[in-house]
Design a protein around this ligand. Structure first.
Ligand SMILES: NC(=O)c1ccc[n+]([C@@H]2O[C@H](COP(=O)([O-])OP(=O)(O)OC[C@H]3O[C@@H](n4cnc5c(N)ncnc54)[C@H](O)[C@@H]3O)[C@@H](O)[C@H]2O)c1
Length: 509
């Protein structure tokens, strides 16, 4: 896109720096057309800096936040660790930079008050990069909701169910956290309630309502292979029930479970909508009114947005940010809406810790409403992420393989379970050819699967009782690894695959 003309009718450019070069990199491609020049990048991970240097060879690259903030940049795209966003954003604002912060905005209520006041004090633009409301489907619903098509909002459900166990050990793409026997800074423990904005943000944008009260019960069952955390961290489940400012209700579901879903359902007094693989509307003001899929795009920005990650949502957060800096046009997620969407996650976690006690969601636009929360640092207890998952005298070379090994083992466990479990119901499947493909994937990956499971068993046996061994055991058990490693396993998979393929071919004839 770098050769493309600007989307905006101005030559004014914005000098942008990326702080945090993992997620930050997703935005590089679309910067030029949105009047951003990427002039600096900061990350203390050398591999991340290298990736950035390749993409932006003329930019300043540093591991030092002070040097980064001293540089001649107008704005920062903040994509550092999730629970650090408030403190990092305040540093940027105090250094005179506009901030586009990744989700979520802050981790405690007290930090929220500080951040709101830092934005007010500095007068800089602050936006939250909440992107899920800006997919084509959600954007369409926002427009139609404003037109009154659905009437008054009654009830809705939003879901951000995303199994990301591997990210407790590795960065996206599988680059292990180093040293390889330490967990990820926050993805190894942070409760899913704290990652609440992708599921809650869309209903706020669509309806223009704000959350006013939240309640949550604790869910205590977590996925195996995720570090042991009370409440399951990002390997657990986090549903909450939220009252919106018109008295409607919204069920906000986050979780790391066996079945990712980003389904959204909205009911109004005149009509309803459902986003699954398509966008369905039910129009006619009745329960049995016609339900039909509809087409949705973003109008004249479609060709730019549709190429961007997260269903085009990433394009729009950067677009809104540029527009506010260039033309002072308010973005959907300024600091106050950022607070509105972040607070229900913090208070839902607190509610779940307190047996389901409901909490009012303060409106931080109102200075008086901030006072009870000023200095409030209630938060999930943070484990020491610098600890090793193995005993102090363990062989460093061996245990530093742990994170990469967990990543591989978790991906291989899914292959062998998909094959084994789908074979059990092959006769019931509508598309048995997909089960043939699942068997093919096991056959193809078998040498790697075998090596990974052998190494996992060896490492677990070398340090029994350690945290690392427990997690390896989880995966070994889930994979039924001894059976997968037994003589004859691969031949059996091939026989099963061939028999099923014959049945599929016969049915097609
Ligand atoms: N909106 C979305 O769809 C979406 C998608 C992915 C991630 N995110 C958000 O983006 C943020 C970053 O995500 P990520 O996937 O890159 O994960 P991450 O937390 O692993 O990455 C943070 C990066 O920042 C660097 N970093 C952290 N603190 C630093 C500091 N003080 N100085 C220099 N470098 C520092 C780390 O080395 C790392 O590379 C997260 O908070 C996450 O919530 C949002």
């Amino acid at each position: 896109m770098s050769d493309q003309a600007s989307v905006f009718d101005t030559n004014r450019r914005i000098r942008l720096g990326f702080w945090g070069l993992g997620r930050g990199m997703s935005f590089v491609e679309m910067c030029t057309a949105l009047n951003f020049d990427v002039v600096a990048g900061c990350d203390f991970n050398p591999q991340m800096r290298e990736n950035f240097r390749k993409a932006c060879p003329d930019a300043l690259v540093t591991d030092n936040a002070d040097e980064f903030l001293d540089a001649d940049i107008d704005a920062v795209l903040l994509a550092t660790y999730c629970p650090a966003h408030a403190a990092d954003a305040i540093r940027c604002l105090e250094a005179g930079k506009h901030v586009l912060s990744e989700v979520t905005s802050f981790h405690t209520m007290g930090e929220g008050v500080e951040l709101v006041e830092a934005v007010e004090r500095t007068g800089k633009v602050y936006n939250l990069a909440e992107n899920y409301p800006f997919t084509a489907h959600q954007s369409y619903l926002a427009r139609r909701w404003r037109e009154g098509l659905f009437g008054e909002f009654m009830y809705g459900e939003g879901e951000y169910v995303h199994e990301v166990r591997g990210l407790a050990y590795c960065y996206g793409g599988g680059m292990p956290v180093v040293p390889g026997d330490r967990f990820h800074n926050w993805r190894s423990w942070q409760h899913f309630h704290y990652y609440n904005t992708h599921s809650l943000g869309p209903v706020m944008v669509i309806t223009g309502l704000r959350p006013t009260r939240v309640v949550a019960l604790p869910g205590e069952v977590a996925l195996p292979g995720y570090p042991r955390e009370k409440g399951g961290g990002l390997g657990g489940v986090a549903p909450s029930l939220i009252t919106l400012s018109n008295g409607a209700l919204f069920r906000n579901l986050m979780g790391g479970m066996t079945g990712d879903t980003h389904t959204f359902r909205y009911w109004g007094t005149k009509g309803a909508a459902e986003i699954t693989d398509k966008l369905y509307l039910r129009l006619g003001a009745g329960g049995d009114s016609p339900r039909l899929p509809v087409h949705a795009d973003w109008g004249e920005l479609t060709s730019l947005a549709e190429r961007m990650p997260h269903g085009g949502g990433d394009f729009f957060v950067l677009y809104h940010f540029a527009r506010q800096i260039l033309f002072d046009e308010p973005a959907p997620f300024d600091i106050y809406t950022a607070a509105d969407v972040t607070i229900p996650g913090i208070l839902a976690f607190r509610s779940s810790c307190e047996g389901g006690k409901p909490y009012d969601v303060p409106d931080f636009r109102d200075k008086a409403a901030r006072e009870p929360w000023r200095g409030d640092q209630f938060a999930q207890e943070r484990p020491d992420v610098t600890r090793s998952s193995f005993p102090p005298n363990a062989d460093r070379k061996r245990v530093e393989r742990f994170n990469g090994l967990m990543w591989d083992a978790l991906s291989h466990v899914k292959l062998v379970r998909a094959y084994a479990d789908w074979m059990k119901v092959a006769d019931d499947a509508e598309d048995p050819a997909s089960i043939v493909a699942a068997a093919d994937r096991v056959i193809e990956a078998y040498p790697a699967i075998r090596d990974t499971f052998r190494e996992a068993i060896d490492l677990a046996e070398a340090y029994p009782g350690s945290e690392g061994a427990e997690l390896l055991r989880d995966v070994i058990d889930l994979a039924e690894a001894p059976a997968v490693l037994a003589d004859g396993y691969l031949d059996q998979v091939k026989r099963d695959r061939d028999a099923l393929k014959r049945r599929v071919d016969a049915a097609a004839d």
